[in-house]
Design a protein around this ligand. Structure first.
Ligand code: ADP
Ligand code: MG
Length: 314
């Protein structure tokens, strides 16, 4: 059984000149927490807005459940949008009740679901307060409560932890794990690798509208196992260091060579190689090495190793 299967999805906002999403495919199976990871502008929101029916794809297919139409399946989805979608004049309770009522719930069942969603997001005590008076973190939690009250099979979250306090963030991540343990599948969009590592079992890494890596967290981990990040501090002219870097780029087991004013960094793709083959070209270029540091490559580094860009700078 499949919850969702997205195949070769494409979307352009400028009549095909550039693509915000350019051939994205992935599958969500029951109990998955799929992390859609990528920097700002990668195409994450565009992807999930197509999945949740807010945007029409230019091409590609989205299969819901085991072949349901969007209309048959949409009540099984809950979207937590990137922009807050709550009414500041309503109380927290009224907000959740309103969104839940859109799915046809009334009376005692509506009350039960509303109370449950407030409790699950840890804002039950503030149920009678107006949403407009809430802190950023509380608003985020309320935004989530509104999207999960109707007990969807698939919750789609668009960067729910951006700009909030660490306590709310931890609460949200824990809540996602709890919902998942009760059988809910999740698509979780973020530009924080550590969040993906903490809660997701599958990961789809997107950059500039395309998938650059995907698989289970374990599969992605295997890709980096045994790789070392090497950082070489030097004294001297960056121009000399650049020349050394050109030499390093030619070495079979060296990847991702970068030069700054103080440092040359690179990735060693195999543990068994002789470090001297890195040091020699640097010394030969007349660069004085003052420190060498080697660290195990982490999941956090994978985006950099695939794209040459640092996700953390975004
Ligand atoms: P992400 O959610 O990963 O930050 P988006 O899906 O929002 O990325 O954006 C992908 C690309 O599409 C970006 O280049 C963005 O500027 C562009 N884009 C997004 N929404 C619109 C829009 N409504 N009109 C025009 N361009 C858009
Ligand atoms: Mg976005």
């Amino acid at each position: 059984m499949s919850i969702l299967k997205v195949s070769d999805l494409k979307k352009s906002y400028d009549k095909g000149n550039t693509f915000a999403v350019n051939g994205i495919s992935f599958e969500v199976e029951p109990q998955d927490i799929v992390g859609l990871l990528g920097p700002n502008g990668a195409g994450k929101s565009t992807t999930i807005n197509m999945i949740s029916g807010l945007l029409k794809p230019d091409s590609g297919t989205i299969r819901y459940g085991d072949g349901k139409t969007f209309d048959e399946w949409k009540r099984n989805m809950g979207l937590v949008p990137q922009e807050l979608a709550i009414y500041p004049e309503f109380t927290a309770y009224e907000n959740v009740e309103f969104f839940c009522s859109l799915y046809g719930f009334r009376g005692a069942k509506l009350k039960e679901l509303t109370e449950k969603a407030l409790e699950e997001t840890g804002i039950q005590d503030a149920g009678k307060k107006r949403a407009g008076t809430f802190s950023g973190g509380m608003k985020r939690r309320l935004n989530i409560a509104c999207s999960i009250a109707h007990e969807p099979k698939l919750i789609i979250m668009d960067e729910p932890t951006v700009g909030i306090d660490p306590q709310s963030r931890d609460h949200i991540l824990n809540e996602i794990i709890k919902l998942n343990q009760k059988g809910t599948s999740v698509i979780y969009t973020t530009h924080y690798m550590e969040e993906v590592e903490a809660i997701c079992n599958k990961i789809v890494i997107i950059d500039s509208a395309n998938i650059i890596a995907c698989g289970t967290i374990d599969e992605i981990r295997k890709q980096i196992s045994g790789k070392q990040n090497i950082s070489i501090e030097y004294l001297g002219e960056p121009a000399q260091a650049m020349r050394a870097a050109e030499e390093l780029k030619g070495i079979r087991f060296v990847d991702n060579v970068q030069v700054s004013e103080q440092k040359i960094t690179c990735t060693l793709t195999s543990r068994s190689e002789d470090l001297f083959s890195i040091i020699r070209p640097i010394a030969n270029a007349g660069v004085k090495i003052v420190n060498i540091n080697s660290t195990e490559m982490k999941l956090q580094d994978i985006f950099l190793s695939l794209t040459g860009k640092d996700l953390r700078d975004e």
